[in-house]
Design a binder for this molecule. Sequence first.
Ligand SMILES: C[C@@]1(CC(=O)O)C2=NC(=C\c3[nH]c(c(CCC(=O)O)c3CC(=O)O)Cc3[nH]c(c(CC(=O)O)c3CCC(=O)O)/C=C3\N/C(=C\2)[C@@H](CCC(=O)O)[C@]3(C)CC(=O)O)/[C@H]1CCC(=O)O
Ligand SMILES: NC(=O)c1ccc[n+]([C@@H]2O[C@H](COP(=O)([O-])OP(=O)(O)OC[C@H]3O[C@@H](n4cnc5c(N)ncnc54)[C@H](O)[C@@H]3O)[C@@H](O)[C@H]2O)c1
Length: 192
Amino acid sequence: MSQNELYPIFLKVSQLNVLIIGGGNVALEKLTFLLKSSPNAQVLVVSKDFDEKLIELTEEFNVSTVTAAYSKSALKNKQIVIAATNNEQVNKQIYLDAKSENILINVADTPKLCDFYLGGIVTKGNIKIAISTNGKSPTLAKRLRQFFEEVIPDNIDDLANNLNAFRKTIKGNFQEKVDTLNDLTKGIIEKK
Ligand SMILES: C[C@@]1(CC(=O)O)C2=NC(=C\c3[nH]c(c(CCC(=O)O)c3CC(=O)O)Cc3[nH]c(c(CC(=O)O)c3CCC(=O)O)/C=C3\N/C(=C\2)[C@@H](CCC(=O)O)[C@]3(C)CC(=O)O)/[C@H]1CCC(=O)O
Ligand SMILES: NC(=O)c1ccc[n+]([C@@H]2O[C@H](COP(=O)([O-])OP(=O)(O)OC[C@H]3O[C@@H](n4cnc5c(N)ncnc54)[C@H](O)[C@@H]3O)[C@@H](O)[C@H]2O)c1
């Protein structure tokens, strides 16, 4: 069985500069899911023109837009770039420019031109689960996301908050705290 070797990290996109190039369907999908997970993400969208729904989204969130064709200067001060134009040559150029500047790049829907993939994301309060199929099937990533959204109870966040509060009340050194917390929560994974 081949293994997914991607390493997931949870980025504070409210304190990073994200650039999306393109203002069509694909840009809309990527921006929708980025903002669903991270409503305070700092995003700039540069495109020759914009889908009406994308404009609505930018007005609702902290997203700026610039109407322009892509040029390398758009990469200035950006840490993460998503290329979503309908021009393969332009997407390839964005990829090469981003690599030359050491900026993380995702050419939407084009695995071979991605440093990272966007995933299916489930958020329940403080709890977040990110799902990747290693690029094998975005449809499956979506279905798994919907499945976990359904089966994970909304009040899982209460458990996280209660454990956080309880941790502060436990006396002892680090190892004693770890032991107490593990003891308390072992029922979660014990088979009945
Ligand atoms: C998870 C999600 C996140 C997001 O977009 O934020 C996401 N794609 C989503 C939906 C989706 N995208 C597409 C369909 C149509 C059905 C289909 O073709 O399967 C559907 C399903 C639908 O819309 O129903 C088209 C598509 N996408 C990619 C390819 C190329 C290829 O597969 O080779 C093609 C074919 C293009 C073509 O035909 O040319 C590639 C990628 N899409 C990824 C992410 C990365 C892999 C994630 C992973 O590891 O699983 C990766 C590799 C790169 C990237 O873009 O980051 C989001 C679901 C969000 C949610 O619902 O929660
Ligand atoms: N729509 C889909 O569901 C889908 C699925 C799989 C793959 N794709 C592919 O993904 C790409 C994007 O698709 P889409 O549906 O978003 O296209 P689209 O036509 O809706 O949007 C393309 C956007 O790119 C912008 N653009 C074009 N050239 C530009 C440039 N030089 N600088 C800045 N912006 C530029 C356009 O102004 C437009 O806003 C296409 O290559 C398409 O074949 C689309």
